[in-house]
Design a protein around this ligand. Structure first.
Ligand code: ATP
Ligand code: LTN
Length: 334
């Protein structure tokens, strides 16, 4: 708790262009929850270098992402929006937690297996211990709740296991966090292959809607979206392409799948695709406009970066000192 509020932590990697999946699965929920909790939203650049990055590009994308958090509706005066690399406590706690995490646990992580297969020439130790750094992010702020898409559930489970193991040895040091997965949009699928999640690292640009896509591009990508030949609009796993379109529609309009199916009763896939495309355009337009305005205001963004790094450091250090003491590191002499 900070004051009378529970704590929320979440983060995103500054790799690639954010997709509609990132927005509907994560960012949109962050905004919804931001009044209720004391929130920490990090641009997790330490995680980004588990895959080789171009330095100038990483810096640029990290700033874009931080600006996008604000453009999406997070108030940086109330929510702590900051770069993970500006708070050294993340790496320090991750080291300690590494010593409380088993190889066998990390070996089971499906994201590691996927990323190792994708980057076979660079299966580094950071990629393997990625979930431990993620646990450190969350536990450092004593987070109660962590809004993520379904793909991150396994990482939340290991975070809870590590925290419980540590608490079992040293007493109640960490708050045990809960995942928060939204009702709709938790797993948006690729528009070109509805069996696969929409991902910013997909090579096919038609598979993903990027948050900065213009309206014509968005409508065109939805027109090309893969559906099926069943010619019926139902919400069913048998028709993953149509289901995905309905999911996107529901996440953008706040409607339930039942309501959406009723609305498209007697209509064709063309009508559905157009309506979904338009609902996405109307969600993304205000975000894009705010982003354009914010990115012109360098001094404002710089101020946010500085102030919020200080705030994050304050809370992170509090937990870190407690942990260091528990494990037996010598006290600092002042
Ligand atoms: P990459 O393709 O580089 O692995 P990604 O697009 O999967 O990246 P992440 O940075 O790993 O994105 O995820 C950021 C947040 O967005 C996480 O909370 C994740 O659960 C969520 N997310 C990512 N893709 C989707 C998706 N297709 N549907 C719903 N949520 C998603
Ligand atoms: N692994 C996450 C990003 C991430 C994260 C976190 C999410 C890093 N640290 C802490 C929630 C809480 C991903 O989305 N790929």
């Amino acid at each position: 708790m900070i004051g009378d509020k529970k704590v929320l932590f979440s983060g995103m990697q500054a790799t690639g262009n954010l997709t509609l999946g990132n927005y509907l699965g994560a960012l949109q929920n962050w905004v919804k929850l931001s009044d209720e909790y004391e929130c920490f939203y990090s641009v997790v650049d330490l995680h980004s270098i588990t895959v080789r990055q171009d330095p100038a590009e990483l810096r640029k994308r990290a700033r874009m992402l931080l600006t996008l958090y604000i453009a999406a509706g997070l108030d940086p005066e109330k929510n702590c929006i900051y770069y993970q690399s500006h708070v050294s406590g993340h790496a320090e706690l991750a080291w300690i937690l590494n010593c409380f995490t088993y190889m066998g646990e990390l070996n089971r992580m499906t994201q590691f297996k996927d990323k190792a297969a994708k980057h076979a020439d660079n299966i580094n130790a950071g990629l393997f211990t990625y979930p431990v750094l993620m646990a450190a992010d969350i536990l450092l702020y004593q987070a109660d709740v962590v809004p993520v898409g379904i793909d991150q559930m396994q990482h939340l489970e290991i975070t809870r296991d590590i925290a419980q193991r540590f608490n079992g040895i040293y007493g109640d040091v960490f708050t045990i966090p809960e995942a928060y997965v939204g009702k709709s949009g938790a797993k948006i699928m690729s528009l070109q292959n509805p069996e696969k999640k929409m991902s910013k690292s997909d090579e096919n640009p038609n598979a993903s809607i990027y948050l900065m896509d213009d309206p014509d591009t968005i409508i065109r990508k939805f027109k090309r979206a893969v559906t099926d030949s069943m010619a019926q609009i139902v919400y069913s796993n048998e028709q993953p392409g149509v289901k995905n379109l309905l999911d996107i529609y529901c996440a953008c309009t706040g409607k339930t799948p039942d309501e959406a199916v009723r609305e498209f009763d007697g209509k064709g896939y063309g009508d559905l695709k157009l309506a979904v495309g338009e609902s996405v355009v109307s969600v993304l337009r205000p975000l894009q406009e705010r982003y354009a305005d914010l990115s012109k205001d360098k001094a404002y963004i710089d101020g946010i970066i500085k102030e919020n790094a200080e705030k994050a450091n304050y809370y992170a250090t509090k937990t870190l000192r407690k942990v260091q003491k528990k494990v037996g590191f010598p006290e600092r002499i002042r």
